[in-house]
Design a protein around this ligand. Structure first.
Ligand code: SAM
Length: 349
């Protein structure tokens, strides 16, 4: 099964298309990768409605097919093709949404690689659909097929009170760390009263928006940036729940950011989907270094074994450790004129 460019699709796309058989429109797609599923559906004569959590995946889908929220994609759909998310809580949230808003005759074809699937995903689907079955394996991937939707009151997004910070935190099922306080985030939050005065700040990789909310509470104008809708929308809801003003922006890092900023705080990512990969974080530091004002600061928390200190010194400027515990470090980097134009010695990066 090759696509229009003669390429064989990835195993998950391929099993979704095989198991879907004849499509009945409207066709919704949740979480396409590289636009391959969307293009294959279009090649069969249907215009898909596509929603992707990650903006980088969305950008590979033609604009006319994109939808801004999962609701807009699945409402009234009769076929849903769904690359399953990693978190069971996200499977729960989207299963509830599909069951509540799609056509009663909807057929849901969901799939992932075998190593990412778990029995709890079947259980989450079986709460929301009268019929759930698994396909045979295909190139180490498998489909879970569901029909007969059971409408339930949505249990996501969910709010939890984080007493230690005096915040109500809201999360979607796919939001990093859900609505709990991550250990690293807690260490960085404990340092925020040592931040210098700044008018503008960015929470880079905002997740549920805890750091953004804390900065807004200190009177800063805050942008909460995340590559995932499940991060930016959760940050919007967290700000609302605490009566704070935060501007959320779904984008990939800070490249092309047009306004200099005095402060960036971040608990940066260390995963690209399932794989541990620190190279995107290195790029994020460089981008932060580019947009900070002279003397502006980057505060970062990360797992102490990661090699970030030389990267921060090379890409942002002089960096000191401000707090540490058994697992994490909090660093403060000050942007200098020299680092704006790149490090003197490339080996310092
Ligand atoms: C370790 S989590 C931190 C979340 C939140 N700030 C906290 O402390 O709980 C990292 C976040 O970065 C986001 N992220 C990953 N890559 C990104 C990118 N290229 N640009 C913006 N955000 C990104 C992830 O979606 C995730 O929400």
């Amino acid at each position: 099964m090759n696509d229009s460019s003669g390429q064989r699709p990835d195993p998950v796309t391929e099993i979704l298309l095989i198991q879907a058989g004849d499509l009945v429109p409207p066709v919704a797609i949740l979480d396409d990768v590289a636009g391959s599923l969307s293009r294959a559906v279009a090649a069969r004569g249907y215009q898909p409605r596509v929603w992707c959590d990650d903006v980088r995946a969305e950008q590979q889908v033609p604009v006319a097919w994109r939808r801004a929220t999962p609701d807009e994609a699945v409402t009234g759909a009769r076929t849903v093709l769904w690359r399953l998310p990693r978190a069971v809580s996200a499977v729960q949230e989207y299963a509830e949404l599909i069951a509540a808003t799609s056509d009663p005759d909807v057929r849901v074809i969901s799939a992932e690689r075998d190593k990412q699937l778990s029995r709890s995903m079947n259980t989450a689907l079986a709460r929301c659909f009268g019929s759930v079955s698994a396909s045979l394996g295909h190139r180490k991937a498998r489909a879970l097929l569901a029909s007969d939707p059971i409408r339930r009151a949505p249990s996501w997004p969910q709010t939890a009170r984080v007493e230690s910070l005096g915040l109500d935190v809201v999360a979607h099922g796919a939001t990093f760390g859900s609505n709990r306080l991550d250990h690293g985030t807690a260490l960085l939050a404990g340092c925020l009263d040592r931040l210098p005065d700044a008018a503008t700040a960015i929470d880079l990789g905002c997740g549920s928006g805890i750091l953004a909310a804390l900065l807004a509470r200190r009177g800063m104008r805050v942008h909460a940036v995340d590559v995932a809708w499940s991060g930016t929308d959760a940050s919007r809801l967290t700000a609302e729940a605490n009566d704070l003003s935060v501007e959320v922006i779904r984008r990939d890092g800070l490249r092309g950011w047009d306004e200099p900023v005095e402060m960036v705080v971040t608990n940066p990512p260390f995963h690209v989907r399932a794989a541990k990969d620190t190279s995107p974080t290195r790029a994020l530091f460089a981008q932060a270094g580019e947009i900070l004002t002279e003397g502006g600061e980057l505060w970062c928390v990360y797992n102490a074994h990661l090699p970030y200190l030389p990267w921060l010194r090379g890409r942002v400027g002089p960096t000191r450790i401000m707090a540490r515990d058994r697992a994490y470090l909090v660093t403060r980097s000050i942007r200098t004129e020299r680092t704006r134009h790149g490090p003197r010695h490339p080996t310092q990066i």
